[in-house]
Structures are given as structure tokens and as C-alpha cells.
Design a protein around this ligand. Structure first.
Ligand code: SF4
Length: 413
């Protein structure tokens, strides 16, 4: 098998919707417009976390056994600490509750659905299902995937990457009859343990969808279909010239190019164009629109500095930066002589993260157990501010009625 699958599970959100991205990426790679992705500190940390989890599951160890160990990955060196061990142990324990012999880091063949394609499944196993009423018995296929990233929470529900792993693992295990598939994402730093269950029929129907998409890609019947999920990690964005279909999608959205969406008119706001679904579409994609505008600004500035300004623009020297003391020691002497203690900012307590690191007792760090315990009584966490999320988000909807809005009606146009 090749070392990199063209239609690999991790890219499924992209290639299964934006089918034209596959050929374009091939071309950009051949042209040298994009190279191999550079390793980064955080991706190396994720690789180390996977290695620790793998060794724990294969050799029956706990994550704490690796605290203090130095592990290298992708050119970076990482020392496993208590925090990583704590983060990993929950998922390891959950796997052990269900099996003593998981298949770990197995390369699964996806050829029956996506010829020539494969993926590496973190963890998968079969277990017998015996419910408490003994009304149901059969086999369950478990698929568990560690996501060590903290930035972007990944849902288990509807996850295409894990469904591909499930297909591959089911095939690897000899296509046994199974009652259901339990899909688990273990994302300790962004949402914890997440689960989704599907039947074998549903999984196989997904496999058929993948077959049809593969056939379209192979026959050249493809389209660019930008979306948040598809474009998130797509390398086309970073290639010279970026991705014009995505630019159009983002910027036309901000300019309200979706007249087919209903606008909910709120009395008093009849003249406003962006309300209702149209407004939510823009709000939902605001981070991507803002990020793209920032990139365009950088590109335009770079072009001007290179002597090729966008027509109508030029680069000039910006406002002066903040004043600073070049010789800090000399400045300190002068200021303390003149002002005494007033020369310094007020002292500030360290943050909770730092307190946890220094005070909380751990396996390698004695910490300050009494202080840590006493602190628990005075630690507080204010409730989160209301935020907008897609309506299928797992949290229940929050409504805070304001008297001023009691009398407002809404109507569809
Ligand atoms: S950036 Fe988005 S629209 Fe462009 S090729 Fe990639 S997935 Fe498709």
C-alpha cells in the first residue's frame, strides 16, 4: 500500500463533499505548489499522546507509568507530564472496561468501498452485547479514536472518519454479524468522551455512499463544494492563489448571495436584509470570513511591499510603535530612585492553570496538598455567557426572556 491514502479517512469531510479538491490537490502536489505538511509542536504532542495510549493498551500499562518519559516525534521532543497522563487515562480505562485485547493502531483496508484506500484505526474491538434484560444479545463493534487537540471539538455523531475506520475494522475482523457499532471520540481537552451508535445496515449504507462518491471522483464528475468542514484543513487554501471557489462562497455569503433562504422579518426591522436564516449563515461563518479577510489583507500588503501593489493601493510606514525602555536595568534604577515601590506594577496572583501546575499534588510533583485542598473551597467558576451554536448542538436551548421583547411577533417572507 502507498504511504498516503488519496481518499483517506481523515480527509473524508473534504473529498466526500468537495470532490474536485482531489484532482486539484494531486495537481498542486505534482506542480510543487504544496509540499508535505510541516510538523508542528502541537501535532508532535498529539503523536506522543497516541504513542503513550498505544503502549498502555498493548502492554497493560497506565499513562502514569510514562510520566517523566521523554518521547520524540516529528523532530520535536516531549516530556510526558501528569496532565497528559490524566488526560489519557480516562479513555484507556473506558477501553479496558470493554475489552482486554483491543486492536490498536491497525492499518485497515478500505478497498471494498474505496479501491486502494486505507487508514490507521486507533482502537477497535468486538465485544458481546448482553443487555440487562437479556432481551438482546449479539456482537458490538467498538471504534475509539483519540483526538488530543484542544482547539476544535470533534463530534462523534455523524463522524465520517470514524465510520470509515468502522468499515475497515469490520472488514479486517472478517465481516462478522454485529448488532451495532459504538463510535467513540476521546478528546480529553475539548469535550471529553463522546459517543455515537449506529447499526450495521446504517454503516453499510454509508459504505455505499462512499462507493458512489469514489466512482464520481474516478470518472471526473466532480464539483467544488466549499463548507466549513470540507475547507478546514484543505491544503488548497494555503497554495499560491488560494481557493477561488471558497473565496466566492465566503465573500458572497457576507454580501447575502443566498436569496433562496427565508428571511424572518421582525416588526420594526423590515428594511434589514440580513436576518433569520440569512443572518445565521453569516454569523456561523463569521470566523472563517474574518480569517480570510485577514489573509487577503496580508497578501495585499505583501504585494505592495514587493513593489506590485493592488491597483488603487500602496504601502506606507505605519504609526510608531509603543514607547519602551531599551535599557531595562538602568530604567529600573532611575525609576526606583525617583518613585520607590510605585515604580512597579501591582503584584498579581498567578492564574489557575499555573496554580494547578505548582500546587496540585501529582505523581512526580508533591505540590502543596493542604493548600490545594483549602483552595477548593474558594475556587469559583462563573456561568458561561450565552453563545450561538448550530441547532443540533447537544446542549439544551437557552432562552432569556427580556420584557422589551415580549410583544414581538415574527413572520416569514
Ligand atoms: S478549500 Fe474548500 S472549496 Fe477549495 S478545494 Fe479545498 S475543500 Fe474544496
Amino acid at each position: 500500500m502507498a504511504s498516503h491514502a488519496r481518499l483517506g479517512p481523515s480527509g473524508c469531510d473534504r473529498w466526500s463533499t468537495c470532490t474536485a479538491s482531489v484532482g486539484l490537490l494531486d495537481k498542486l502536489h505534482v506542480d510543487g505548489a504544496i509540499g508535505d505538511r510541516d510538523a508542528s509542536d502541537w501535532s508532535a504532542e498529539g503523536t506522543v499522546a497516541h504513542e503513550v495510549r498505544e503502549m498502555c493498551l498493548v502492554f497493560g500499562l497506565d499513562a502514569r507509568h510514562f510520566v517523566g518519559a521523554t518521547i520524540s516525534a516529528d523532530g520535536f521532543t516531549y516530556v510526558v507530564d501528569d496532565t497528559m497522563a490524566d488526560h489519557l487515562q480516562t479513555g484507556i480505562d473506558w477501553v479496558r472496561e470493554h475489552t482486554g485485547a483491543p486492536h490498536v493502531e491497525i492499518q485497515v483496508d478500505l478497498s471494498p468501498w474505496l479501491p486502494g484506500q486505507f487508514g490507521t484505526c486507533d482502537t477497535g474491538w468486538l465485544a458481546s452485547l448482553l443487555d440487562s434484560t437479556a432481551l438482546s444479545s449479539g456482537m458490538v463493534l467498538y471504534i475509539s479514536d483519540l483526538k488530543y487537540g484542544a482547539g476544535v471539538p470533534v463530534d462523534a455523531k455523524g463522524n465520517k472518519q470514524l465510520r470509515l475506520y468502522a468499515l475497515g475494522m469490520w472488514h479486517f475482523l472478517g465481516r462478522p454479524p454485529i448488532e451495532k457499532i459504538v463510535i467513540n471520540i476521546d478528546q480529553p481537552r475539548a469535550g471529553g468522551m463522546k459517543f455515537w451508535e449506529i447499526t450495521l445496515d446504517e454503516l453499510l449504507a454509508f459504505g455505499e455512499e462512499m462507493k458512489a462518491i469514489y466512482a464520481k471522483i474516478e470518472s471526473g464528475d466532480v464539483e467544488f463544494k466549499p463548507s466549513e468542514k470540507a475547507c478546514k484543513w484543505c491544503e488548497v487554501r494555503k497554495a499560491p492563489g488560494g481557493c477561488p471557489p471558497r473565496d466566492r462562497w465566503l465573500l458572497e455569503m457576507a454580501a447575502d448571495a443566498y436569496p433562496e433562504l427565508p428571511n424572518t422579518v421582525i416588526p420594526g426591522y423590515e428594511r434589514q436584509n440580513l436576518v433569520g436564516e440569512r443572518r445565521w449563515l453569516v454569523v456561523k461563518h463569521a470566523p472563517e470570513i474574518r480569517a480570510r479577510l485577514a489573509e487577503l489583507h496580508e497578501e495585499s500588503l505583501r504585494a505592495a511591499l514587493d513593489g506590485k501593489p493592488d491597483p488603487g493601493s500602496k504601502a506606507v510606514e505605519g504609526d510608531l510603535g509603543d514607547r519602551r525602555i531599551k535599557d531595562v536595568k538602568k530604567g529600573e534604577l532611575l525609576l526606583t530612585a525617583a518613585l520607590g515601590d510605585k515604580a512597579y506594577k501591582p503584584r498579581e496572583l498567578i492564574g489557575i492553570g499555573e496554580i494547578e501546575k505548582l500546587v496540585k499534588p501529582g505523581r512526580k510533583n508533591a505540590g502543596h496538598p493542604e493548600t490545594w485542598e483549602a483552595l477548593q473551597a474558594i475556587l469559583d467558576r462563573p456561568p458561561g455567557k450565552p453563545k450561538l451554536v448550530p441547532e443540533d448542538h447537544s446542549k439544551p436551548a437557552l432562552v432569556q426572556w427580556e420584557d422589551d421583547f415580549d410583544d414581538l411577533d415574527t413572520a416569514e417572507t
